[in-house]
Design a protein around this ligand. Structure first.
Ligand SMILES: Nc1ncnc2c1ncn2[C@@H]1O[C@H](COP(=O)(O)OP(=O)(O)O)[C@@H](O)[C@H]1O
Ligand SMILES: CC(=O)OP(=O)(O)O
Ligand SMILES: [Mg+2]
Length: 403
């Protein structure tokens, strides 16, 4: 079964093509800067240990143009891996917000699309882009089965005290206002990898996903018990452009005293805050460079970012009543050794001791970066949301087609 997985973001598309049970993708790609000049396409074709990389800079005005470019590379006469789009049997879509309706992976129907659309206001950076990816895939792969895998699904196990807000009950019962949690596919994937690495299925883990969006989860025995994002993907950690936790009084003040309207508040908190608001930069590589050049604002922002993570580590150790490992993952978590160093300072009371030399090692493998006498482990595990999505598509379709 050829499964093409699309992780469609606001300005980028990530994709991988799988033929399970082989977990190594046949090809993968990243299309960045969609809608801007000089969109960048990086397409990789894998054959055993070999990797063939093609990079192209061109103007891609929208997601449709981006996906058509990807399909052009998939079917390219020289480097193509399929002959025609009809060879793709399943397209798996990452959909960030599944709201109340979707507790699990779902075949996409017109009704499912409508529900995804209703959730646009709750995940304004994500659901519209995810939806666009679905519409484009319907045109390019009209014969394929389309499946949605929701970021929110893994957090359906949250106990009620963790998922409820202290608001009048009817806002929950009648309007679904509760914690949903996000990045679930990534938290699930790395938590499973960690439990396997530790040879401990009931492991108590804190998973720390640090990409453009950032979130943490407390996971025990493979079940999510708490997570830092909430009703939408805005609360919790400091992110690239999102504020994370904020006293709601600030919002009233913005509206009543500074003349903001609801859209302006949303834009401020989703697109102009976080590391961008603090430093003028949202990409952690640029921020690290600024710190190296002695930029005090960047240094303070980096401290704020790591302080918030440390605070949640303390909280989640209490939620779990113990700790086997913390797990760093996603773009920043996997690559930024200085950030891991700052987060792991003075966490000895939890039995966490960072090995500074191991922390510097760069690798694409699961690795342990704690000292040998550290009571709890510090792991770096590359996430693979696309592989997890492909597996969930296959599991769903084989269960629905079984006799
Ligand atoms: N070598 C690196 N050092 C520090 N940060 C990095 C490195 N490589 C990638 N990143 C950061 O990872 C973030 C993107 O992570 P990613 O998981 O790809 O996010 P998303 O899926 O939300 O687009 C960016 O802030 C980028 O700067
Ligand atoms: C939910 C979320 O924040 O996703 P991303 O990190 O891809 O922006
Ligand atoms: Mg991501």
């Amino acid at each position: 079964m050829n499964i093409f997985v699309i992780n469609s973001g606001s300005s980028s598309i990530k994709y991988q093509l799988f033929r399970l049970p082989t977990e190594q993708p046949i090809c993968s790609g990243l299309i960045e800067r969609i809608g801007l000049e000089n969109s960048l396409v990086t397409h990789k074709v894998f054959a055993g240990e070999q990797e063939h990389v093609v990079q192209r800079t061109l103007d891609l005005p929208d997601h449709e143009a981006g996906l058509r470019e990807a399909v052009g590379l998939l079917t390219n006469r020289e480097i193509g891996v399929i002959r025609k789009p009809e060879e793709i049997e399943v397209v798996g879509h990452r959909v960030v917000h599944g709201g109340e309706h979707f507790a699990a992976t779902t075949v996409i129907t017109p009704q499912v699309k409508e529900e995804i659309k209703k959730l646009f206001p709750l995940a304004p950076l994500h659901n519209p882009a995810n939806y666009m990816g679905i519409e484009v895939a319907e045109k390019i792969f009209p014969q394929a089965q389309l499946v949605a895998v929701f970021d929110t699904a893994f957090h359906q196990t949250l106990p009620e005290p963790a998922f409820r807000y202290a608001l009048p009950t009817t806002l929950y019962t009648d309007y679904g206002i509760r914690v949903y949690g996000f990045h679930g596919t990534s938290h699930k994937y790395v938590a499973e990898q960690a439990a396997e690495y530790l040879q401990k299925p009931d492991a108590k883990l804190i998973t720390i996903h640090l990409g453009n969006g950032c979130s943490m989860a407390a996971v025990a025995g493979g079940r999510s018990l708490d997570t830092s994002m909430g009703f939408g993907p805005l609360s919790g950690l400091v992110m690239g452009t999102r504020s994370g936790d904020l006293d709601p009084s600030v919002i009233f003040h913005l509206i009543t005293q500074l003349g903001y309207d609801a859209d302006q508040v949303s834009t401020l908190l989703n697109k102009r805050s976080g590391m961008l608001g603090l430093t003028g930069l949202s990409d952690m590589r640029d921020i690290s460079q600024a710190i190296a050049q002695g930029d005090e604002r960047a240094n303070l922002a980096y401290d704020l970012y790591s302080y918030r993570i440390r605070k949640y580590i303390g909280a989640y150790a209490a939620v779990l009543n113990g700790l086997d490992a913390i797990v760093f993952t996603a773009g920043v978590g996997e690559n930024d050794s200085l950030l891991r160093h700052r987060v792991c300072q003075n966490l000895d009371f939890l039995g966490l001791h960072l090995d500074e030399a191991k922390n510097q090692v760069r690798s694409k493998q699961t690795r342990e970066i704690n000292t040998v006498d550290s009571r709890a482990k510090i792991l770096v595990i590359p996430t693979n949301e696309e592989l997890e999505i492909a597996k969930q598509c296959q599991a769903l379709l084989s269960s629905t087609t079984a006799p």
